[in-house]
Design a protein around this ligand. Structure first.
Ligand SMILES: Nc1ncnc2c1ncn2[C@@H]1O[C@H](COP(=O)(O)OP(=O)(O)O)[C@@H](O)[C@H]1O
Ligand SMILES: [Mg+2]
Length: 235
């Protein structure tokens, strides 16, 4: 469904990705692990068209997308929740969710159906629908960011450290949301520092080190033998 083939990405003159390759199949949850600064977020940003690779290919459903603008990728069915969440603090929860739909020719009726569906999956957002985004807790803002991405009914969603800085109760809720997306056959590329959570929810795992993928394996294999995790992540 999504294939990343030997991409090289630079920030100015800094060569960050040195030939990253990975693949996500339809409906699959794929974990992308690695220490801080190895290029996980840069990989997601490159897939999402926020930075263009200088070499390599990115193919989504058979179509090369390495030169495609982010809003067009969103329309093709790629959802993205960045690390900083980008909630509009002064807009209400409902307005934040509706911004997810603005650029598409969606009827008002369809918007309301999508809103209702998202509210069913996130009761806390339904309760707070008229509250300003900035008044939500960190965990609630993360849910709002994921819910907003879901408004476009993505086929795949790129999640950048969704549990970062969250209380255990909220981490559990994010895990449930990942499970819900998985049951709805939405593919997920999950960047995380939380190794146990990633091993638990993922089908397959890629481990990055210094701008390349060093290892990939079935999550089940790493659950029963975590020596590779120790080797690359030191946890
Ligand atoms: N906007 C930027 N400009 C220059 N260097 C950057 C920028 N963003 C990240 N980097 C550098 O790129 C490397 C990889 O960063 P990143 O992809 O954010 O890593 P990770 O998400 O794995 O922690 C780091 O060395 C980081 O300092
Ligand atoms: Mg990062």
């Amino acid at each position: 469904m999504l294939t990343v083939e030997a991409i090289h990405t630079y920030y100015g003159k800094s060569h960050i990705l040195h030939g990253v390759s990975l693949e996500v199949r339809p409906g699959e949850v794929v974990g992308l692990l690695g220490r801080n600064g190895v290029g996980k977020s840069t990989t997601l940003k490159t897939i999402m068209g926020l930075i263009h690779p200088t070499e390599g290919r990115i193919v989504f459903e058979g179509q090369p997308i390495a030169r495609t603008a982010p809003h067009r990728l969103a329309r093709l069915g790629i959802g993205y929740v960045p690390e900083d969440r980008r909630i509009f603090r002064l807009l209400t929860v409902m307005e934040n969710l509706r911004t997810g739909l603005d650029r598409r020719g969606v009827t008002e009726e369809r918007r309301n159906i999508l809103l209702d569906k998202v509210y069913q999956s996130f009761p806390v957002l339904a309760e707070r629908r008229y509250q300003a985004g900035g008044t939500l807790s960190g965990g609630e803002q993360q849910m709002l960011a994921i819910a907003r991405a879901m408004m476009l009914e993505p086929k795949i969603i790129l999640l950048d450290e969704p549990t970062e800085g969250l209380m255990p109760k909220m981490v559990a809720q994010i895990r449930e949301i990942i499970g819900l997306l998985h049951r709805e056959s939405v593919a997920i590329l999950l960047v995380e520092q939380n190794v146990p959570l990633t091993l638990e929810v993922s089908d397959r795992i890629y481990i990055m080190e210094k701008g390349v993928v060093r290892h990939h394996a079935a999550a089940a294999a790493l659950r029963s033998d975590d020596s590779v995790i120790h080797q690359y992540l030191g946890v």
